[in-house]
Design a protein around this ligand. Structure first.
Ligand code: AMP
Length: 420
């Protein structure tokens, strides 16, 4: 079959790498792609937020299946346009993707589903939001309602930080996303991510992961999109997984279906875990990045069968073949990230790294210029490995990192420390 993947990050490189290993895949196009993807599949220049353009491209290239990577095209209704055109698609409708694109929507669905999450209130006026903060005190969490590329959440340990965040959000720092804010109770505990496929009726767990959000070793420094991840997450025991499914995920999916917005795609749930109880921090309507890289490394070629079963709505007859293995991904980012960073620095040494089913360099922000791989984004490479233990996988990942010559970049040296 002919397959089109939308996106250009490490997540999409990992998806493309896994999908290509499946003999059902005859031709793979990734739009827009990056230098790493270009080495294994065709890349196409396409505005992936424009549903009409994506449908036309898919029809012209006789695409049988479209996999949507990032959240922005989902929120823009690209999955809806593709399904209307009769094209098999992996990714939720814009209505269902509100589980990621609106925090207020999600909190209300959680109420209806009786799913454990932080207590909250929702505001459209700064004065009322500030009054509420005064009644609650710090620590407290302030969230812009809409998509804010991971930057719309302020975990305020002090009152002043909370009040400043309200000013920033209502003064337009987050654009439209800040026109509404959700203020949440601060939850303590350990965070973990849980990934399930849902076809509107059946929920199929496909893995757990933990990531490192802070820029520097020891989980210090500013928040980023993620500096590394590993799977499985040891904290997500089978008892916790069962609890998460029965108390949070399945009730949410049932409410979505009852309200005429059946959820079809991957649901990525972030939990805060304390005293053996998971509480929902957030939902995302797509795979995490870099969590996707470790999940793809562990699942391999079967991913295409699973995504197809999800899109074709027969997850009830699908099955995940689990291996007793561990995967880790170390992110290499441009110096300065997540603040201002330089673009265009050259990366060498990549050709000497043997890549196989257990060791991969997934590219994120790279492009090929004059025959050289150059950095074009904040997060640039994901060194991803798989092993019989996390320690073994980690050792190989850091051996690979050491072989890459990139003075313009940095990476954390302690990915996986919590699990080890
Ligand atoms: P979100 O975009 O909602 O996942 O929030 C980003 C990060 O902020 C999460 O991964 C948590 O580390 C933190 N966070 C969000 N909500 C809360 C909360 N209610 N209590 C504590 N930390 C939170």
């Amino acid at each position: 079959m002919n397959i089109l993947i939308l996106g250009s990050g490490g997540r999409e490189h990992a998806l493309a790498w896994a999908v290509m290993q499946n003999p059902k895949c005859d031709r793979l196009i990734v739009a827009p792609g990056n230098a790493g993807i270009d080495a294994i599949a065709e890349c196409a220049d396409l505005n992936i937020l424009d549903g009409g353009q994506v449908v036309t491209f898919a029809e012209e290239n006789t695409i049988d299946f479209v996999i949507i990577g990032p959240e922005a095209p989902l929120a823009a209704g690209v999955a809806d346009r593709l399904r209307e055109a009769g094209i098999l698609t992996f990714g939720p409708s814009a209505a269902a993707a509100q589980l990621e694109s609106s925090k207020a929507f999600t909190k209300e669905i959680c109420d209806a589903a009786n799913a454990p999450t932080a207590a909250y209130a929702h505001f459209t006026k700064a004065s009322a939001a500030k009054e509420y903060i005064h009644t609650q005190g710090a620590p407290i969490v302030i969230k812009a309602d809409g998509l804010a590329a991971g930057k719309g959440v302020v975990v305020a340990m002090e009152m002043d930080t909370a009040l400043d965040a309200i000013d920033d959000m209502f003064c337009g720092e987050f654009g439209e996303a800040g026109a509404q804010v959700v203020i949440e109770e601060f939850m303590e505990g350990e965070e973990a991510s849980f990934f399930v496929l849902c076809d509107g009726k059946t929920v199929l767990p496909i893995g757990t992961a933990q990531d490192h959000k802070r820029a520097f070793d020891g989980d210090e420094g500013p928040n980023t999109g993620g500096m590394g991840a590993y799977s499985p997450a040891p904290i997500m025991t089978s008892t916790l997984i069962e609890k998460a499914l029965s108390e949070i995920i399945r009730p949410t999916m049932d409410v979505m279906a009852t309200r005429g917005m059946p959820y079809q795609g991957v649901l990525y749930a972030g939990f805060m875990i304390k005293d053996g109880q998971p509480r929902l921090v957030e939902y995302n309507a797509r795979f995490g990045d870099p969590e996707c890289q470790v999940l793809m490394m562990r699942l391999g070629a079967q991913v295409l069968d699973l995504l197809l079963a999800c899109a074709e709505q027969h997850l009830d007859s699908a099955q995940v073949n689990w291996a007793d293995d561990h995967a880790i991904s170390v992110v290499m980012a441009a110096n300065g990230y997540p603040g201002a960073y330089e673009k265009g620095s050259v990366i060498t040494g990549l050709n000497d790294i043997p890549e196989d089913s257990k060791n991969m360099v997934f590219h994120a922000g790279t492009s090929l210029k004059d025959g050289q791989i150059t950095a074009t984004g904040g997060r640039v490479l994901n060194i991803t490995t798989r092993g019989t233990s996390l320690a073994e996988a980690r050792e190989r990942a850091y051996d690979m990192v050491a072989r890459i010559d990139w003075p313009g970049g940095f990476n954390r040296k302690d990915i996986g420390w919590r699990a080890l």
